[in-house]
Design a protein around this ligand. Structure first.
Ligand SMILES: [Zn+2]
Length: 117
């Protein structure tokens, strides 16, 4: 697989850390892959944060969505590019994790309380 310098656009070796044409430092493939996953996690944490907002009134589903959002936000917070998204996703996910737990325990209480009397 050919790689190209992000600065000058010329072809560089797979394992090169510095472009031989312009001298600019380039990330190796693993770093690029890791960076891609971090950026993707930042976006996913916001997506699942919003989904958990929409599904928080649905028991279990809202809980699962917000847990996924929280999981993504751990990795996503490392992203420089999408830090705002990751922070937004983290806040939404944690907020609606709490909300869905409250709604869920409220429903459990509604089901269990009458049987206690
Ligand atoms: Zn270059």
């Amino acid at each position: 697989m050919a790689r190209f310098c992000s600065n000058c656009g010329k072809e560089i070796e797979d394992k090169a850390t510095i472009c031989v044409h312009c001298g600019v430092q380039v990330n190796n493939l693993e770093e690029q892959r890791e960076q891609y996953l971090i950026d993707k996690s930042a976006k996913n944490s916001l997506i699942f944060g919003i989904v958990s907002l929409l599904t928080c009134s649905i028991p279990l589903l809202g809980f699962i969505m917000s847990v996924i959002g929280v999981c993504y936000s751990f990795k996503g917070l490392k992203s420089e590019k999408y830090k705002g998204m990751a922070i937004g996703g983290t806040i939404l996910s944690i907020l609606f994790l709490v909300v869905s737990i409250i709604i869920f325990s409220f429903l459990i209480a509604l089901i269990l309380l009458p049987s206690m009397f």
